[in-house]
Design a protein around this ligand. Sequence first.
Ligand SMILES: *[C@@H]1O[C@H](CO)[C@@H](O)[C@H](O)[C@H]1NC(C)=O
Ligand SMILES: *[C@@H]1O[C@H](CO)[C@@H](O)[C@H](O)[C@H]1NC(C)=O
Ligand SMILES: *[C@@H]1O[C@H](CO)[C@@H](O)[C@H](O)[C@H]1NC(C)=O
Length: 418
Amino acid sequence: MLPAAILSLSLLNLLILGVGSSTSEAPPATGGPPQLQQASSSLGHPSWSLGLRLYQALRREGSYTNALISPALLASSLGALSHAAKGTTAEQFLELLKNAKVEKKAEEALSDTLKSMREGNGTSYTLHGSTALFSKKVPTLEKSLLEKLQAQFGMGHVALGAGGKQADMKKLSSWAKGGLGGLEGSPLTEGPDAKEGAMILANAFHFKGFWDRGFEQENQDLRSFLGTKYTKVYMMHRAGVYRHYEDMENMVQVLEMGLWGGKASMMLLLPFHVESLARLERVMTLEQVEKWMGKLSSMSMALSLPRVNVSSTLSLQKQLAALGVADAWDQKVADFSGLSSQGKGRLHLGGVLHWASLELASESGSKDGKNEDEHLEKPKLFYADHSFIILVKDNNTGALLLLGALDFAEGAALHDEL
Ligand SMILES: *[C@@H]1O[C@H](CO)[C@@H](O)[C@H](O)[C@H]1NC(C)=O
Ligand SMILES: *[C@@H]1O[C@H](CO)[C@@H](O)[C@H](O)[C@H]1NC(C)=O
Ligand SMILES: *[C@@H]1O[C@H](CO)[C@@H](O)[C@H](O)[C@H]1NC(C)=O
């Protein structure tokens, strides 16, 4: 009976969280309870509530095949769309970006984030991030607004040709490849079927972090990774002092690893035992993540991480609709009259496509290569040879740059040996 009780409790948490972030409460006035203020300084960025709710909606379907999203990039492009929309169509986008604890206007937070991402690029990480609005047989769009969306949100505009679905997909995929910095994204399983008047929002995001201290080549070896498929992958090992928390109740280890130069950090959530991520995902609410972050403390650790590339391509229409974006898809009610005054009754959103990829590599950002293991007494083990969750947080703005699940690691199958 205990697991069921835990499950319903955490579902309740989720519901409370959902309701909390969708009411139109004003942010707390100055002089509010100190706890609340402290909370707002950590996960108050709109990308957090959007990212966690969207992630839950995606994973609830139960296809455990690696999923990655960039909540920061998605939030900024939904912010851009809200400018093109009016009435309830616009309100539904803004509602998603609202956070009960937000300090700044969502819009300001989003443009600060794009700036911060450009600043961190080339020091703590290499990052590619692109957003475009594709359109299919639409009336002439308002040029000044398109320019504004480009300047403020980095959103480009691409017209799709008169060809069919296949031609559209080809154009979208080749755009994504450019957006990922030349990498081939995962194939899209269900592409949108763009009708006349459709607009497709597309994001492409690639991230490679550079560790504060890297993993030496001689400390890497081929081992088993026990994900939803059992594979052989290179594991990287090192010892050092890291911020860590062991949550006995939820049976998960939480580890924070700083990236070089301190512009961002990566947090890993690793269940104690080999299992699917479903259990952990049910408890991973905004409140819980905040709690975990608050409990991290510096500890001697011996880390083992897989050296892998993770990527996913997602169509987010169904999940965004479940989170309240209802009008944008419907030709009859969608109001994108900010983009075209003749567009009413036709102009609508035909899809939201999200390409993302992450490289978990061994390099440090430091050029002097001081990576040697520290000598530590009885380090705590963090042995990531099974599915875990990855979060990347921007230090400057607090934005959630990346959120994803590594359900399995690409590598030679292991089944012959079992
Ligand atoms: C990050 O830097 C690379 C070059 O190293 C560049 O190609 C890419 O566009 C930059 N990303 C952003 C978001 O500016
Ligand atoms: C990280 O953020 C903190 C708090 O905002 C700031 O004091 C610190 O300078 C930042 N670190 C870097 C390397 O930007
Ligand atoms: C990950 O991708 C990069 C860039 O394509 C490649 O250089 C690297 O070898 C890949 N790593 C693994 C473990 O496959």
